[in-house]
Design a protein around this ligand. Sequence first.
Ligand code: SF4
Ligand code: SF4
Length: 288
Amino acid sequence: MARHRVPAGARLHRPLRARAPRPGRELHAQDARRREGTDPGTQGPQAGGLSPGIIGTVSPTVPTLLPTATPSPGVAPLSLAERIDALLPQTQCTRCGYPDCRAYAEAVASGEAPLNQCPPGGTEGIRLLAQLLGRPELPLNPEFGDEAPRRVVYIEEATCIGCTLCIQACPVDAIIGAPKRMHAVLEADCTGCELCLPVCPMDCIALEEVSAGATGWAAWSPAQADAARARYAGRQARVARDAREEDERLAAKAAPPALQAQPTDDPKRAAIAAALARARVRAKARPQ
Ligand code: SF4
Ligand code: SF4
């Protein structure tokens, strides 16, 4: 299937803006320590939230993500693209030159793309891919970006005009707000993809480093990747449903009078007639 390729030049790397520390910052540092296994309040590397089929530990700091080749009884085996996708960070940032992590996974599986184009996964991500594919490890290709500490965005509330453009750009629904109302970032859900930055007409979205200098998989856990994948899938489903409903609405509006509901004084009959008319329009619009 032909894939839309995002030009590598479209990626953004904005400098950080100075910002006063907010309550809750310590949580990020603690999270980073927990991932490193240096938080005295936890027992070693984070293991919670791992996808089924993801096992073990390969280094003192990074949980092994290699999906098992042998599925559980009754479970279909994962395709190569699915196993590669399980090793990608799921920030959906497009820095690899593909529209999302799954598209890059498919390109790597087919041999179309090399395994060193994902900056958020960093060196550890490349190592895991090389291990899975039995290919040599390569350095991260700098054309696609650098491995850097994890950042999230925040919205400068006083400047936000509530245009909703950032909400529409966010691949994981990490921004909430309503038209002409101030928007806010759900920090725990922000993958730091930076896709919301270029669309803000007020330039009121800024970046903040949250991983205490840690990069790649040392700054991002499998549980966070799983959550980002789920949020992205949920958004994709919602966007597709909205588009389908809009198509149906337009088709119903354009349908000849014979296909439209006829006026009646009986509300029950009117509801049935309207439902039948919608069903006829849907049937007509369905591909043969
Ligand atoms: S996280 Fe990696 S694989 Fe996913 S879209 Fe970004 S660069 Fe591509
Ligand atoms: S809020 Fe912005 S940086 Fe964070 S995930 Fe959404 S689009 Fe990406």
